[in-house]
Design a protein. Sequence first.
Length: 156
Amino acid sequence: MSVNYWLLKSEPTEFSIHDFKRHPCQTAAWDGIRNYQARNYLRDSMQIGDLALFYHSSCPDPSIVGLVRIVSEAQGDPAALNPKSPYYDPRSTPENPRWFIRYLHWIETFKLPLTLAEIKQDPILSTMVVAHIGRTRLSISPVTSIQYERVRQFVL
DNA sequence: GCCAACGTTGGC
DNA sequence: GCCAACGTTGGC
């Protein structure tokens, strides 16, 4: 079983890579996914041990800023069951969850973040899903091993 | 704050 | 099942 690579988007004002590093056990639930394609990646395609590039969006300089690891199976998102949560969804039940979370573990904050502008300029990285207008809404996207290795060359 | 892109909803 | 209207995302 090989390791898959992913890219996960987070707004740094909500939860940044720096918040992640300071989080207890450097482990946090990845929750609030309310997009079906992202849900399917999270629930069906991710495997424990997979690596994910951590991307800061909706900020002055959108960038890949670090690396995290998927450390749990998919679990029902409890926020979907809480009527007071902005992520509440009455169609989700404990027996039949509609939305899911994964626990992630912080691995690394890159010394040199890789900006979206740089991603778009690179012939290999410009093929990444995140670089394409219209796919920017996808909060979880797959990354190839070639793309991942290319990112590593920049952030070293 | 603008707006392109596109997912979701709901009437038919 | 089509598709118009609407809502959301997110770069700029």
